[in-house]
Design a protein around this ligand. Structure first.
Ligand code: ATP
Ligand code: MG
Length: 730
């Protein structure tokens, strides 16, 4: 038997060896589902399957890379090279690079990230002269995202009285117009947003049977990790691709379905057996990740959900320590506790920073924790903040690059037309846009033919001259791109446009950091060029680089090996594991979130989310709640989360801080704990009152939440209030 098979238990091995036909693995957290997928791919290749014929869809690109490395160890690097592994979005972007022209898109289409999409949406709402307070751009994007993920095109929308009525009832009768205008604007710009990547893949596979046949023939073996969180659009793509050979293996855990808010449909996994009556099904029950205490407490939690497939998860790992539950007086106190405890455990157990993770329910919680970590000089890394590629200066340079390969990319054009400043003002841009719209041309087409159209735009000679210079400069970059590699061109762009000079002239700390970011971007371009040349993948294309950039998830940035504590939302932590995991903010209305307390189904999703959080821990989970917390600029009273009560006390270790210390607005006075061990008070069964709503705040929940692939951050949106946080930390 090959050695890698001996690293599996019996059921895992059976699942790995069932190479042909549909296979489903539904199993609890930490039971080796991802391991099964990884080994299965290696096993396929060892059995003569060409890597070219294998497709694996993962939750993050990072997960795909890690799996690929492991596979390479078994079958060799050159063998693993051709494997198609990645997120749905990155894989289907790759397919669309080839097939999108069939749908009228350029093959160099731009991928609009959430920022670009929002900017387009704002313009659409202004153009249609709608009230931004009613047609809130983010909400409208979410609504459109729902349509797209359910394959409801603009035409389908207008043919669906139910949808129209629903939007009328929500006092947004122009939703259809907004949808149409948004889609048209993106299309005209030769751009797709994240949802389009799935929608258009579906479209191309449905409308062009020969294209479908090509990919069916290519992807003879398909694997999907985290299948419980696929949405309808993803489900249909997988189904179509697999329908010829039916060599489809999906793994997942219904108890970890946490993306219903962005359209994930748990029925996809529950209905697998119906879709494929011959499917072989495997249940893995042994957890290899966590201690008995953690596994048992997690079992207690999930048992409270009515909607779940029964599973008996157990582990032969150590019993482990009981799970501390810390009661903080304020969120600041809680943050200090976390920092002190990390310090303490690190010293005691000789651990590294990256053995620790803090998993919170909402991004807003990170601020206090960051501050406490900084005070203790504990390096940390936030996942899901402003990603590198979304920083202003980085995006400015990238916008120039985007424009070079897709001149119709209006978002990019508008971003750089007057940056760095070259005297092309807002009025000029407005005049040009109006003229372009009248002529049914893109902005760039007008600019390209200024000698012809210029006089008709109403702009004076001086302005036309500036525009002419701008466009000539862009064209010179395009020429250079034909003979030079993308790094050289990008450097030229940074110099010629004045971007580098502008940043160099700014010697404030922010300015210096911006310049460093640009240098970092140039480095990554250089790295990309070298990597591609090594792989001998021909001329490295700018389009490929930009695609990687657009689809980089929050998990993909920064130095992975850095020794830092990981801070992220629970949503982002799916599939990951850490020796020590902190879960702060276990309070009613926070975790479970107040947004999800209206129905049993919503509450069950919160419970699954807590289950995911708890099961990330290998050696120890450390829970905390605070009796008061700053939220929306106010200090509110908080009650312990019901989830704390749902675990048997025998797995928990209730701790309290020294009571009766003076409290001021910023939390506790003085450094309460220093680096000394935290005083422990064993407490049996903390009385926990159950109450659904918070008396100090009455906010109406909004149904559709923020959607964004790679952005696993569940949003808290309050009607009439603002979005508390979003992917870009605004
Ligand atoms: P999740 O539901 O959180 O995604 P999972 O079911 O995908 O979890 P894995 O991440 O594949 O679980 O495995 C959990 C941990 O247990 C990993 O560290 C993995 O290497 C280890 N593991 C899995 N199976 C075995 C085994 N048979 N022997 C030893 N270790 C194993
Ligand atoms: Mg997994």
């Amino acid at each position: 038997m090959s050695t890698y098979l001996s690293e599996l238990n019996d059921v895992q091995r059976q699942a790995v060896e069932a190479l042909e036909g549909p296979v489903m693995v539904i199993a609890g957290a930490g039971s080796g589902k991802t391991r099964v997928l990884t080994y299965r791919i290696a096993h396929l290749m060892n059995n003569g399957v060409d890597s070219f014929n294998i497709l694996a869809l993962t939750f993050t690109n990072k997960a795909a890379r890690e799996m690929k490395e492991r596979i390479a160890k078994v079958v060799g690097h050159s063998e693993a090279k051709n494997l198609w592994m990645g997120t749905f979005h990155s894989i289907f972007a790759r397919i669309l690079r080839v097939e999108a022209p069939l749908l009228g898109y350029p093959s160099n289409f731009t991928i609009y990230d959430q920022q670009d999409a929002l900017s387009v949406m704002r313009k659409v709402i202004t153009d249609l002269q709608l009230d931004k307070d009613i047609y809130k751009p983010k909400q409208m994007l979410n609504r459109i995202s729902q349509f797209k993920n359910n394959l409801i095109t603009v035409r389908a929308y207008f043919n669906n009285p139910e949808l129209i009525e629903a939007d009328e009832a929500a006092m947004k009768p122009k939703t259809g117009e907004v949808y149409r205008a948004y889609v048209e604007r993106c299309y005209k710009s030769g751009a797709m947003d994240f949802d389009d990547l799935l929608l258009r893949t579906n479209e191309v596979l449905t409308r062009f049977p020969e294209v479908l046949a090509k990919y069916q023939d290519r992807f003879r073996y398909i694997m999907v990790d985290e299948y419980q969180d696929t949405n309808h659009s993803q489900y249909l793509i997988v189904k179509a691709l697999a329908s010829r050979f039916e060599n489809l293996c999906v793994v997942g855990d219904d108890a970890q379905s946490i993306y219903a808010f962005r359209g994930a449909n748990i029925r996809n996994i529950l209905g697998f057996q119906k879709d494929y009556p011959d499917a072989k099904s495997f249940a893995l029950e042994q957890n290899y990740r966590s201690t008995q205490n953690i596994v048992n407490a997690a079992n207690d939690i999930i048992a409270k959900n009515k909607d779940q497939l029964k599973k008996d998860v157990w582990t032969s790992n150590d019993e482990g320590k009981t799970i501390p539950v810390y009661r903080a007086l304020t969120d600041i106190d809680e943050a200090r506790f976390i920092a002190s405890r990390i310090f303490e455990i690190k010293m005691r157990d000789q651990l590294n920073n990256n053995d620790f993770a803090v998993l919170y329910r909402t991004n807003a919680q990170s601020r206090a924790i960051e501050e406490a970590l900084r005070k203790k000089n504990i390096p940390y890394r936030i996942f899901g903040g402003i990603s590198f590629y979304q920083r202003k200066e980085v995006k400015d340079l990238i916008s120039y690059l985007r424009l070079l390969i897709n001149t119709n990319d209006e978002e990019a054009l508008l971003r750089v037309i007057n940056y760095p400043k070259r005297g092309i003002g807002l009025t000029t841009i407005q005049k040009l846009t109006v003229f372009a719209d009248e002529q049914k041309m893109t902005l760039y087409e007008v600019l390209e033919n200024l000698s012809l159209y210029g006089p008709r735009t109403g702009l004076n000679g001086g302005t036309l001259n500036k525009l002419h210079n701008f466009i000539t400069m862009l064209q010179s970059f395009q020429v250079k791109l034909k003979t030079h590699d993308v790094f050289e061109v990008a450097l030229e762009v940074a110099k010629q446009t004045g971007l580098l000079k502008e940043l160099r002239d700014d010697d404030t700390p922010e300015g210096i950091s911006r310049l460093e970011n640009i240098q970092e971007l140039l480095n990554s371009l250089q790295g990309f060029v070298e990597e591609q040349q090594q792989l001998d993948e021909g001329n490295p294309s700018l389009a490929n680089f930009l695609e990687d950039v657009a689809l980089a998830t929050d998990m993909d940035n920064e130095d992975e090996d850095a020794d830092k504590v990981a801070l992220m939302t629970v949503h982002l932590a799916k599939g990951l594991e850490f020796p020590i995991v902190f879960i702060p903010g276990l309070e009613e209305n926070l975790f479970p979130s107040m947004m999800n307390l209206n129905t049993r189904l919503e509450l069950e999703e919160e419970r699954r989310l807590f289950y995911v959080a708890l099961t990330r821990a290998e050696k120890q989970a450390i829970l905390s709640y605070s009796v008061s917390r700053q939220r929306w600029g106010k200090i509110i009273d908080a009650e312990p989360s019901r989830f704390l009560e749902e675990m048997d006390d025998k797995y928990l270790d209730w701790e309290n801080p020294t009571p009766m210390l003076p409290v001021n607005n910023s939390g506790l006075s003085g450094d309460l704990f220093g680096d000394k061990p935290v005083p422990r008070f064993k407490k049996k069964s903390q009385p926990i009152k159950k109450k659904l709503t918070n008396t100090t705040q009455t906010l109406r929940p909004l149904k559709q939440a923020q959607v964004n692939p790679g952005d696993a951050d569940h949003q808290t949106i309050e009607e009439g209030y603002t979005v508390v946080h979003d992917r870009f930390g605004k």
